[in-house]
Design a protein around this ligand. Structure first.
Ligand code: SAH
Length: 412
């Protein structure tokens, strides 16, 4: 008998697939079946907590007992995910009698279908069969995954969803706080697919280093107008290039919607009829404290964290932040764009009652080679920051969480 399987992509939307067994194997198989839209019937006396969560959320039907042959009525496919060979053979026999393909986790020789090792890359699914050797399949799959995620990706991605001449689209992508590895997998994929990249000052330079040749790179920080004209100009570039048919990635530091003007860009695109995708990013408001060994929440220390912009001084009539109210909070206060106004910000918090000995820290250029940390107190942090010569971009953290992990000796 030939060992070569015949490869197929099963389109399972709405079709009944039976999974027998509720342990580790089923836990690994079920998500892909659900992702394919299958109508999953899970037959097992007991489930792992992850499978239980699927059942509780009604993403699948669970029959809490041992398998009986009639469970296969109406099924297109069955996965056997039990160790017991007798129980597994019973399912196989029932499947053969009904002409239903049967995957066997316990014995691939007894199976009528094999599951491949899989990796996904946007719309592309790669499925690898290793001639009956699952480890070989996984090794090849891992190599292909590395290839797809690295240089080969643009070759694949180019023509996929850009019909020539049609309207393009825009993706607002969060690039993360600074370490080029802290972009999301999706953000990275879209970046490798872009025709035009419009990048912020805070975007990790190393990400731009890896763009394929031929990509038009627009440096938004070099646009020679004041901040509001510059934003209009950015909006215009996004819309114009997309209407010209390009796939435009607007790459922004951290998360696009945290003091990033992502909302304005989305509205401008929407007004021009340009489709927009938004890819969240790791925001510096959480990552910068984290990189310094400061958790923004910690059980029984802080059950809230508040993120504010300090770019407008508290005593300015233009300030939208209720600093007096913030002074009354017990939890963590994270201040972005706050270095210039730090003396007046801390003075305002002290005036309204936040204690001067509250721990405080400033983290500059978090998650990059230039990361610097100053640890202090609310009363002294402004002077300490100046004395240490810290510069933007930096995040200020105020609250007891600043010292919560000190016992662990971890200091970023
Ligand atoms: N959208 C971004 C924030 C943009 S506002 C995000 O979600 O992270 C710019 C401010 O972010 C800077 O002034 C600084 O306060 C903060 N910031 C961004 N990157 C930083 C980094 N690597 N280290 C410290 N602060 C950072």
């Amino acid at each position: 008998m030939s060992v070569n399987p015949y490869p197929l992509g099963l389109r399972l939307a709405g079709l009944r697939v039976v999974v027998v067994g509720g342990g580790a194997v089923a836990t690994r198989r079920v998500p892909a079946l659900l992702d394919a839209g299958a109508d999953v019937l899970l037959v097992a006396p007991e489930l792992t907590p992850a499978l239980r969560a699927h059942a509780d959320a009604a993403r699948l039907h669970w029959v809490p007992r041992r398998f009986v042959a009639d469970d296969l009525d109406g099924a297109w496919l069955v996965h056997v995910a039990v160790d017991d060979p007798t129980a597994a053979a019973e399912v196989s026999a029932a499947a053969v009698a009904r002409r239903i393909f049967c995957v066997r986790a316990d014995d691939r020789h007894a199976a009528t279908a094999w599951t491949p090792a899989v990796t996904r890359y946007g719309p592309v699914t790669v499925a690898v069969h290793g001639g009956g050797d699952p480890r070989r399949a996984m090794t090849v799959r891992d190599a292909l995954r590395t290839l797809l995620r690295a240089r080969a990706a643009p070759l694949l991605a180019d023509p996929v969803d850009l019909p020539t001449g049609g309207p393009g689209r825009v993706a607002l992508v969060g690039a993360g706080p600074g370490d080029p590895e802290l972009i999301t997998v999706k953000g990275w994929r879209l970046l490798t697919e872009a025709d035009v990249v419009v990048a912020d000052r805070l975007v990790p330079g190393l990400l731009l280093d890896e763009l394929r040749t031929g990509v038009e790179l627009v440096d938004a920080s070099k646009i020679p107008y004041g901040p509001s004209r510059a934003q209009e100009e950015i909006n215009r570039i996004l819309v114009d290039r997309a209407l010209g048919g390009a796939f435009v990635v607007r790459l922004k530091g951290g998360d696009p919607y945290v003091f990033g003007r992502g909302g304005e860009e989305l509205l401008a695109c929407a007004a021009a009829g340009v489709p927009v995708t938004v890819v969240p990013g790791v925001t510096s408001s959480i990552a910068a404290p984290g990189a310094a060994g400061i958790p923004v929440t910690h059980r029984s220390v802080a059950h809230e964290f508040t993120v504010v912009s300090g770019h407008v001084a508290p005593d300015s009539p233009e300030s939208l932040v209720r600093w007096d109210a913030l002074a009354g909070l017990r939890g963590t206060l994270v201040i972005l764009m706050g270095l210039k106004n730090l003396p007046v910000i801390t003075a305002t918090l002290l005036d309204h009652g936040r204690p001067a000995d509250t721990p405080a820290a400033v983290v500059q250029e978090a998650t990059t080679g230039g990361q610097r940390i100053v640890r202090s107190t609310l009363g002294a942090v402004a002077a300490d920051t100046t004395a240490a010569g810290l510069r933007p971009p930096a995040v200020v953290v105020v609250g007891d969480v600043v010292t919560a992990l000190d016992l662990a000796g971890y200091r970023g």
